[in-house]
Design a binder for this molecule. Structure first.
Ligand code: BES
Ligand code: MN
Ligand code: ZN
Length: 508
């Protein structure tokens, strides 16, 4: 457990992290003091390493007292410092302090942050510090962990009285990071440990901890059948694990009766393992398929934050169609036809295009029974999205230009890489089947992320809808960078929380 706090005295952190902007490097009073503490060794090191305080440049020096290490961390120009760059810098600095085997780190509050509102600043520091300190250790034994080193204390040092907004922002940032970490843990845990039932249990636990702000309902296989979820159940039928259709509802504490809150529905793809089914994946493509429930993990992470802090003025729904896509004598066969909850028939030509089948019923359920004003689905939907945008970037589709624009602006503030891809209607004809209403793969000669989005659009009515294809960012295979940690990383949690918090309720 890591302890994170703001203090107005410097404390004795093992590592002092000093952020510095490029234009201040030559003439910063505090840096001169630090240099004097090291008897000039710090400025020598700066010279030797050609340190210019460019963005994410680092130089460190060992000493004895009052700190064991001073780490100078470059911010680039002050004008380039944003919430997103700052939270990444904090996370990187924490990770670096860990390699120094520091147990505690102290950050100095800097003038360079002044243009960021205090709450947002605190939030960024909270997310950065917490994610910099994230490790997935659950399956590591004592022997394996012996040489691992962890920070137990991080302190933000501010020379004046501690502003309330900074303190509140820090706590909220820490909470968001907890949501991101819950999501990351779920993604990192293998399919031997996370089945649909574990997702249902966690949803129940979250609701139980929410002081009745969140209610949960788990639809079992028989109820799904009664409701006509043939597409979702088709995916589930090859597995011995029972499917769970998980519903969460958060009711806001309405402060102003004149404001009618929006109903926002979050749908998360929750395939706890995707073998491809009878259209079996080759081994290399199957290796990471425990991650195919990342969308659902993101939604659970967000609800965990809502359970602790009822920050949203809106009614928020979570829908997780959770099942496994497996191979057995009972599996769906290529060519089978299933009927979705909205009555549309689907010819399943490829059982590996299962995400869209599960989502078809989840989206149809939301349209029929929840009737939201806004619907966002988040899904590890297509390898094609990764081909288009690479591993770092999520693809965004939607039926409302201004909502897409609003969400992309939010994602930018939160430092999440998302780019719009077109919901290009002429490709919809490739989803027509010869013998059913739709088929689940399109021979469009490419554009697989687009045709998958168009498939889901077939189940959306007039609702404002956004589709986030997170196939790339769901699982980072390169080393951690800033708040984006290796493996599961909580993609989407911060941006969607920002939307739920800051998008205005309307007055009808
Ligand atoms: N879960 C996969 C998509 C995926 C691939 C996510 C790689 C993360 C990393 C999805 O169910 C899938 O298999 N999609 C197929 C669709 C195809 C059969 C039309 C794909 O992308 O190959
Ligand atoms: Mn698949
Ligand atoms: Zn899948």
């Amino acid at each position: 457990m890591m302890n994170l706090e703001v203090k107005n005295f410097p404390g004795k952190g093992d590592a002092l992290i000093y952020f510095i902007a490029k234009e201040k490097l030559k003439n910063d009073a505090k840096l001169k003091q630090l240099d004097a503490l090291t008897k000039g060794a710090l400025s020598q090191k700066i010279k030797l390493h050609l340190f210019e305080a460019g963005a994410d440049e680092m130089v460190s020096i060992e000493m004895v007292s009052p700190y064991k290490h001073i780490v100078l961390y470059g911010l680039g120009k002050t004008s380039s410092v944003t919430q997103a760059t700052l939270r990444n810098a904090v996370a990187n600095a924490v990770r670096f302090s860990e390699t120094l085997r520091a147990s505690s780190a102290t950050f100095f509050y800097q003038e360079e942050f002044k243009h960021i509102p205090l709450f947002d600043l605190g939030k960024s520091l909270g997310i950065g510090a917490s994610m910099g300190n994230y490790h997935f250790d659950k399956f590591k034994g004592k022997e394996t962990l012996k040489k691992a080193h962890r920070l137990s204390h991080i302190c933000i040092y501010i020379e004046k009285a501690i502003p309330k907004e900074l303190q509140e922002g820090l706590a909220f940032g820490e909470l968001i990071a907890k949501g991101m970490q819950t999501a990351s843990n779920l993604v990192n845990e293998p399919a031997s440990h996370i089945h649909p039932i574990e997702l249902a249990e966690l949803a129940t636990k979250i609701a139980d901890s929410s002081k009745e702000k969140i209610s949960v309902q788990i639809l079992e296989k028989a109820e799904c059948k009664k409701l006509g979820m043939g597409a979702f159940l088709g995916v589930a039928q090859g597995s011995i694990q029972d499917p769970k259709f998980i519903l969460l509802k958060y009711s806001p504490t309405t402060h102003d009766k004149r404001l009618k809150a929006k109903k926002i529905c979050l749908v998360g793809k929750s395939i706890t393992f995707d073998s491809g089914g009878l259209s079996l994946k080759p081994p290399g493509s199957m290796e990471d398929m425990k991650t195919d429930m990342t969308g659902g993990a993101t939604v659970l992470g967000i609800f965990q934050v809502l359970a602790t802090n009822p920050f949203s003025p809106h009614e928020v729904w979570g829908v997780l169609p959770a099942c496994e896509n497996m191979v057995s004598g009972g599996s769906m066969r290529p060519g089978d036809i299933v009927t979705a909850l909205n009555g549309k028939t689907i010819e399943v030509l490829n059982t590996d295009a299962e995400g869209r089948l599960a989502l078809a019923d989840a989206v149809s359920y939301a349209e029929k029974y929840i009737k939201p004003d806004i619907m966002i689905d988040i899904a590890t939907l297509t390898g094609a999205c990764m081909v288009a945008l690479g591993k770092d970037i999520s693809g965004i589709f939607g039926n409302d230009k201004s909502f897409i624009k609003q969400f992309l602006e939010i994602a930018k503030i939160e430092g999440e890489e998302m780019w719009e891809l077109p919901l290009y209607k002429p490709y919809a004809k490739f989803l027509k089947s010869d013998i059913a209403d739709l088929k689940n793969i399109a021979n469009a000669g490419g554009g697989g992320a687009i045709t998958a989005a168009l498939f889901i659009a077939e189940f959306v009515n007039k609702t404002k809808w956004l589709h986030i294809d997170i196939a790339g960012p769901s699982f980072r295979d390169k080393p951690s960078n800033g708040v984006v940690v290796k493996g599961g990383n909580g993609v989407g949690v911060a941006s969607i929380i920002n939307l739920l918090k800051n998008s205005k309720p309307y007055n009808p």
